[in-house]
Design a protein. Structure first.
Lengths: 563, 102
């Protein structure tokens, strides 16, 4: 093929240059590199572009296909808008790490074989950890370490699976498979850890809200959605994903309802939204895969928008809890409006991108006759409006007057939010803009009147439920235990218990040793101790010895004669 | 990214007194108006079903006002479930800080 730079390499190069560059140059690199990457992404033709041999395996770092280009496009777009949002406020090393992280995501998108997928996967794990650490607080440091452990563990599991597939099939090609043996299960589990699937989903809500206001915008986009792409490429139609997806959908809602931290509410709703996609991949029909891809695309935009809106609030006030903020619409109208647009989009309100993509997933469930799945997804759609669609803007921008009068967003943050708000609505009113780029031909009408009425009823009445049930949802200064309790507390406690058990056993052994050695020493002393006390060490008169010898000789002679 | 409390205090306006808030959205009269509008919109979405037939995929979802009732009940159930679960899994926000110090 033609000589050209792999898109991920451009972004990685940008990440490397951000550090040494200064002033306007740095800003230019942050803003231009993602656009150059975007151009390169659209130069990638279908099929394998480059092949390198490594340890006898053909490595294909760049392979094009519609779904790969779609994901790479949104990742690059996200890097651009995130860069615009962050370039005046974030530290240079956070920007550099975020760009390297985005490069990993673009790299995964085009990875044609499992080995390059793994390499880019780990690139993401490393630099996303750095982004978490850029939160700068002791909590961010601790959460970053937990995050890194979880992702490195996930990487090891993925690697075990990849090695197994390499050894048993002799091929490292990325192709659809089912989780039907140890190797493929390991790959699936490795990917699902990054998708924040249960029971290992707590890393997401633990780490993302600890990052800086700008860092959480980047974090919201890449890790879980590359996992979605990997699932689309490797496990389309894997039935176990339907159940996992539905669990994630419900888990996200329930935990978000219990949460007080604004950005953690949004973090739980990532799990919820990724659940929709995982479920769709499990259904696995062409429409379902289209739905998963389209929803991932739309989701990155509105989720980043929500994190941007929350990020501005954190940046301006330093506060992150529902119990501390409220009534901010007075002085932050732009942030409030953009937040509301993001909230409507995530809820799948008609005329927003959420509606035109999420309903595709529901439709695919209905087409396959999956009654329970369809109704659970419908209930979840109502639940999304409840926990993110209203809860987020209500508690942050309305609720009560907290007395806070912070300034609205800085111009660059505002511009990034407006750009993504426009995209949310554009993809809502003109979905065919996105449908053209989906992996399969789209035969779907989003705005059938009957569907619009059904969803309007569903969403608006869940809005009614929210306001009627508000007394039950009063925010408290609490946190909610999750599965990470097992490794943050239970593991710690059992280790402490084990240690004290060891200490006690040690003390017991010590006492035993002291007692035994005491006794042996006393005995030894009794027989061998120094004169005049030891039995064998006493000085005996020479006469006594002579008598004893005489006695022995007499006995011997007598005995000899008798025998 | 937390700022000085001093700076934060400067951002605070005068203590709000109920009833004479300058923001239109915060006045009780406008909140009442919004409730009215909201109720009318709710009624309209259900009434629309009289004009446009909702074709359900599974029969039951084509029933009159099914979306409205299902949405409301689903949310009700989720809130109640979350509340019940919260009894078991909610902890003070210093929980992990204390646990780490153990």
């Amino acid at each position: 093929m033609t000589e050209f730079l792999p898109p991920a390499l451009i972004l990685l190069l940008g990440a490397l240059l951000i550090g040494p560059a200064r002033g306007a140059w740095r800003s230019a690199i942050v803003l231009v590199t993602p656009l150059l990457t975007l151009v390169a992404i659209w130069q990638v033709p279908d099929g394998v572009v480059t092949t390198v041999s490594f340890l006898g395996y053909p490595i294909e770092p760049v392979e094009g296909s519609p779904v790969r280009r779609l994901f790479a496009t949104i990742f690059a777009l996200m890097a651009f808008t995130g860069g615009l949002y962050a370039f005046r406020q974030a530290k240079w090393y956070e920007l550099a790490a975020a760009f390297a992280y985005a490069a990993g995501a673009v790299g995964v998108s085009f990875a044609g074989d499992l080995i390059s997928l793994f390499l880019f996967w780990e690139l993401m794990a490393i630099f996303s950890t750095v982004v978490v650490w850029c939160g700068g607080t002791p909590e961010a440091r601790a959460a970053g370490i937990r995050y890194a452990i979880m992702h490195l563990l996930g990487g090891v599991i993925l690697k075990v699976g990849i090695e197994g597939v390499m050894v048993h099939t002799g091929s490292v090609e990325i192709r659809p498979m089912l989780a039907n043996n140890f190797d493929t299960w390991m790959i699936l589990i490795g990917i699902l850890i990054n998708a924040a699937a249960p029971p290992i989903s707590a890393w997401l809500s633990d780490a993302y809200p600890r990052s800086s206001p700008t860092g959480s915008v980047f974090l919201s986009a890449f890790t879980t959605k590359t996992a979605v792409l990997a699932l689309i490429l490797l496990f389309p139609g894997e039935p176990v994903l339907i159940g996992i997806g539905l669990y994630m959908v419900m888990y996200g809602i329930i935990y978000a309802l219990l949460e007080n931290d604004v950005r953690r509410i949004l973090a739980f709703s990532i799990v919820n939204q990724v659940g929709f996609m995982v479920c769709a991949i499990g259904i696995g029909t062409q429409m379902a895969i289209n739905g998963a891809a389209a929803h991932a695309f739309a989701h990155i935009i509105y989720k980043a928008l929500l994190f941007m809106s929350a990020g501005v609030v954190v940046y301006r006030t330093g506060l992150t809890k529902c119990t501390e903020v409220g009534g901010l619409f007075r002085t932050m109208p732009l942030t409030a409006i953009c937040g509301i647009i993001g909230a409507l989009a995530i809820s799948g309100f008609p005329l927003t991108s959420g509606f035109t993509t999420k309903t595709m997933i529901s439709q695919s469930a209905a087409n396959e006759g999956l009654v329970a799945v369809y109704f659970m997804l419908a209930a979840a759609s109502a639940g999304v409006f409840l926990h993110a669609g209203i809860k987020f803007p209500w508690f942050v921008f309305f609720q009560r007057d907290s007395g806070l009068r912070p300034k609205d967003a800085p111009w660059n943050m505002g511009a990034a939010m407006v750009l993504f708000s426009v995209l949310c609505i554009l993809l809502g009113v003109a979905p065919e803009l996105l449908y053209r780029f989906l992996p399969y031909p789209v035969d779907y009408v989003a705005y059938a009147p009957s569907k619009v009425i059904f969803y309007l009823q569903l969403l608006l009445f869940s809005g009614l439920a929210f306001f009627l049930l508000l007394p039950m949802m009063r925010r408290t200064n609490t946190l909610t235990l999750d599965t990470d309790w097992f490794w943050r507390v239970a593991l710690n406690r059992s280790w402490t218990a084990f240690e004290s058990l060891l200490a006690r056993a040690g003390a017991g052994l010590g006492r035993l040793r002291a007692r035994l050695s005491g006794r042996i020493l006393t005995r030894a002393h009794f027989y061998l101790g120094g004169a005049p006390r030891g039995v064998f060490a006493q000085a005996w008169p020479i006469g006594t010895t002579a008598i004893w010898i005489a006695v022995l000789l007499t006995a011997y002679v007598t005995f000899y004669y008798i025998v | 990214m937390s700022k000085d409390t001093e700076e934060l205090r400067q951002q605070r306006g005068p203590e709000p007194s109920p009833g004479e808030d300058d923001a239109w959205l915060a006045r009780p009269s406008s909140i009442r108006l919004l409730w009215w509008i909201f109720s009318v919109v709710l009624a309209l979405t259900v009434a629309a079903q009289l004009v446009i037939k909702v074709k359900g995929y599974f029969d039951v979802d084509g029933w009159f006002a099914f979306g409205a009732i299902y949405g409301f009940l689903a949310c009700f159930a989720m809130v109640v479930f979350a509340k019940a679960l919260g009894r078991f899994v909610k902890r003070d926000e210093d929980y992990y800080r204390v646990a780490d110090d153990d």
